[in-house]
Design a protein around this ligand. Structure first.
Ligand code: AMP
Length: 487
């Protein structure tokens, strides 16, 4: 993540923003920041192929903040798939923006609509929203997007995976055509390429690693295990892992997540679960507890886990393989961050051979495969054509040995900042923070006291709720045979 020669000073960032970055100890840009920030500041449309943990939030956050500082009537809109990610992105943006007078609003499902309307009325400069909830606000006339100057689509592939395509298309119709669009995605499926062609202006593609590449700092391993032996195997892995480092476990279903966490607690392991059946408050508590090491293990579903940025996760366990192959990359990207070493172990049942093949194709790597006692393998293996050229267990390979390898708003604008958006409360307004951004001459006459409603310009509407939003060992014979894909 570190680059030894370039600093943020080399990236065309204004003195004001540089000072705040420095104050927050952001000195050396990550590779994606190094590329995206200077281009983003020039107003170009950008497609960033980047995984979580690469520093992409400041990659788009810094240009967005710069643009608002230059044009205080403009607004930033960040669309992303999950509540957790929204909260995290908001934290990062506020670290830099708050001191500069930039105000944010987070519009996510599961949170009070009423409270969100209030924050919209305050006239935020930047709205961070999940698609479903933003549509709710739009439909109720709470917010208008006609002053959006920078639009960010974060984790775009995930938004499509979870079915937000219709909402995204709807939102694209409501933002001004003349805007900057920054799109970030870990992978680049066809739908996203199409979206880019239709809605972006000659976007520059910035790819730090081939789409789907998984972190180099993560040791990956697959263990073939029967369904009934997964829990014992998990317990064994926990026993082998540094107790000081948090462990993230992925379950395919909410019920599975709940059961795994419950069973771990029953044997005295501090564990908590996070999935969409839990309230926002419960999810926040779980995440905070996990960050503070109150819970050693966090069991999550893919959707709930998207925004998790917890430092120092030592082990990621895919208790179930992901439903969407691309999620494999997102999952294991939770460990091996910040230059630290991490491990990702995936449990595969004997019938999931083709799922493994799909993952290996995506990451363009072979993953070490072991098997766990109780995994039924072998018989069928002889009957089907060999997989990937036939993985015969060679006599030289011991069993179990790794096989290497502004305007958001719906009411008239308020506040001095804008003149008037008929029918819409935009998310701008006045501001008066000492040390706040200085407006360009004439842009904001008179310095803005942030008193009274700070609406006006950009984002602003009624309640609707919720988004729609044993012993490890065995042979590598898993690869030798043909296993049916059971899904
Ligand atoms: P992100 O990929 O944006 O979620 O960022 C992942 C983590 O890296 C966050 O905890 C950031 O605070 C941190 N981070 C981002 N950029 C930098 C940087 N240039 N220097 C140090 N840490 C950073």
């Amino acid at each position: 993540m570190q680059n030894t020669t370039i600093t943020f000073k080399d990236l065309s960032i204004s003195e004001k923003v540089l000072a705040v970055l420095e104050k927050n100890s952001f000195i050396t840009p990550t590779p994606i920041q190094e590329k995206v920030i200077p281009l983003g500041i020039t107003g170009k449309d950008i497609i960033g192929i980047a995984q979580t943990g690469t520093g992409k939030t400041l990659g788009f956050g810094v240009p967005m903040i710069e643009r608002i500082l230059t044009n205080p009537d403009g607004r930033g809109l960040i669309i992303l798939p999950t509540r957790e990610l929204a909260i995290q992105v908001d934290e990062t943006i506020r670290k830099i923006g708050y001191e500069l007078g930039i105000r944010t609003a987070v519009l996510i499902g599961g949170d009070s609509m009423f409270r969100q309307v209030k924050t919209i009325k305050n006239g935020p400069d930047i709205v961070i929203a999940t698609p479903g909830r933003l549509i709710d606000h739009l439909q109720q006339g709470n917010i208008k997007l006609d002053r959006v100057t920078t639009l960010v689509l974060d984790e775009a592939d995930h938004m499509f995976d979870i079915g937000f395509a219709p909402q995204i298309k709807e939102i694209m119709k409501k933002v001004p055509k003349n805007r900057q669009t920054l799109l970030f995605s870990a992978t680049m499926p066809h739908e996203i390429a199409t979206l880019a062609v239709e809605h972006m202006q000659l976007p520059l593609r910035i790819e730090m690693a081939p789409a789907g590449t998984s972190s180099a700092n993560v040791e990956q391993e697959i263990i073939v295990v029967s369904r009934g032996s997964k829990f014992n195997l998990l317990v064994k892995l926990l026993g082998e892992t540094d107790p000081g480092r948090p462990v993230l476990v992925f379950s395919r279903t909410k019920h599975g997540a709940k059961d795994i966490a419950h069973d771990l607690r029953n044997i005295g392991i501090t564990a908590v679960e996070i999935h969409s059946n839990r309230t926002l408050g419960q999810r926040r508590e779980a995440l905070e507890g996990f960050k503070k090491h109150t819970y050693r293990v966090l069991v999550a579903t893919d959707i709930a886990a998207r925004g998790i940025d917890v430092k120092d996760i030592g082990l990621v366990v895919n208790y179930d393989l992901p439903e969407q192959t691309a999620d494999y990359v997102h999952r294991i990207g939770r460990t091996g961050r910040g230059g630290k070493f991490g491990k990702a172990v995936s449990f595969a049942t004997p019938d999931q051979k083709y799922d493994i093949l799909a993952i290996e194709r995506l990451i363009k790597k072979t993953i070490a495969i072991k098997s766990h006692e109780g995994a039924v393998m072998g018989a069928r293996a002889e009957k089907r054509p060999s997989y990937r050229g036939g993985f015969r267990r060679s006599s030289s390979r011991p069993s179990y040995a790794p096989r290497t390898s502004s305007g958001f708003g719906a009411k008239p604008s308020y506040g001095p900042r804008t003149a008037s958006h008929v029918g819409a409360r935009s998310y701008s307004g006045s501001r008066s923070h000492a040390g706040a951004r200085t407006s360009p001459a004439g842009a904001r006459p008179g310095g803005f006291k942030r008193s009274g409603p700070r609406t006006s310009s950009g984002f602003g509407a009624k309640p609707s709720y919720g988004p729609r939003s044993g012993s490890i060992g065995g042979s590598s014979s898993f690869r030798t045979g043909g296993f049916r894909k059971s899904r």
